[in-house]
Design a protein around this ligand. Sequence first.
Ligand code: NAD
Ligand code: TYD
Length: 353
Amino acid sequence: MILVTGGAGFIGSNFVLQWIATQGEPVVNLDKLTYAGNRRNLAAIDGNAKHHFVRGDIGDAALVGSLLREHQPRAVINFAAESHVDRSIHGPRDFVETNVLGTFGLLESVRGYWNTLPAESQQTFRFLHVSTDEVYGTLAPDDKPFTEQNRYEPNSPYAATKAASDHLVRAYHHTFGLPVLTTNCSNNYGPFQFPEKLIPLIIHNALAGKPLPIYGDGRQVRDWLFVADHCTAIARVLEAGAVGEVYNIGGWNEMANIDVVRVICAILDGARPRADGRSYAEQITHVADRPGHDRRYAIDSSRIHRELGWKPAETFDSGIRKTVSWYLEHDAWVRDVTSGAYREWIDAQYGAG
Ligand code: NAD
Ligand code: TYD
């Protein structure tokens, strides 16, 4: 079996659902259920004997140690993190605690367990750390996309704490021999993404008749990947990745934020027209820019394609249509996650009213 951390969050829950549907291998799912974690993401596998959910912190050595001893996983996949750049600007401490100290605690627990395994199981064991392209910093318009050789130049507290966790993972391989793999992926979108991130926030605000906030000029570029494609890439790296290596994962799909928002508005104009017949694009509002806002991310994912044969199944057009449809069909999920703490965050970030 495998142990997944952060499997009630956006990417983790997509991964667990895909894994249970395609692999048939049991999963222990350890998640702290912060504001970003949601048991309802896993409703489709409630009662499934192959899924065992445990609420807890990756840094809790007693809990993680006992889970490892009890379930004897052949692999640990670490999704657990604080993941939102804007929140890391308002309150970086949680990011240091989970992304740096939490990952450190998890690595220590896993190292302790791994040391007890017979030599053959030690060799086949894997610790796969899920990270981000944001560790590489920002690109100028003509720069080449990030390869695995790019220097780490993190610019936000989020990116800095993810970079620190990547370095710890690397060090546990070089120093202690722990068989690690690291993936650095571009911006994901798809079902179950918390509506603090650009794409679900825009869908949610559009339908609610609220402004669609564009930071600065909206010409910042991100490389967007449909979440199911990220999940197949992780499964492939776990299966065949070379120990100690890093794999960049991206969709070869660079887009400026304003263009992403316009595409969403156009899809909604067709799927759920506004009562007044006008376009959702009229709700677009330029707001103050994010401090230290990275201008451009782009991923060169030729290594994972060349060495492991992975490529994304979705184009941006097909993925964004699936995503908008999912949010239209799951208004109860959105209502559930946009109460209470969500409203406090939106008021703090965008102003009340
Ligand atoms: P998310 O915020 O939606 O989910 C994070 C999950 O981790 C939540 O379920 C939360 O409850 C859990 N968690 C947080 N702190 C924890 C702790 N101390 N112990 C146990 N569980 C804890 O994030 P996401 O977007 O699903 O991202 C998952 C991973 O992928 C993160 O490591 C992130 O850095 C990385 N990543 C995300 C993207 C993206 O576009 N979202 C892109 C590349 C990489
Ligand atoms: P986000 O989804 O927060 O991901 P990240 O910061 O990790 O790339 O933001 C994606 C882009 O959209 C980023 O350039 C910031 C921008 N953005 C807005 O313009 N308005 C918003 O309300 C949000 C949340 C993001």
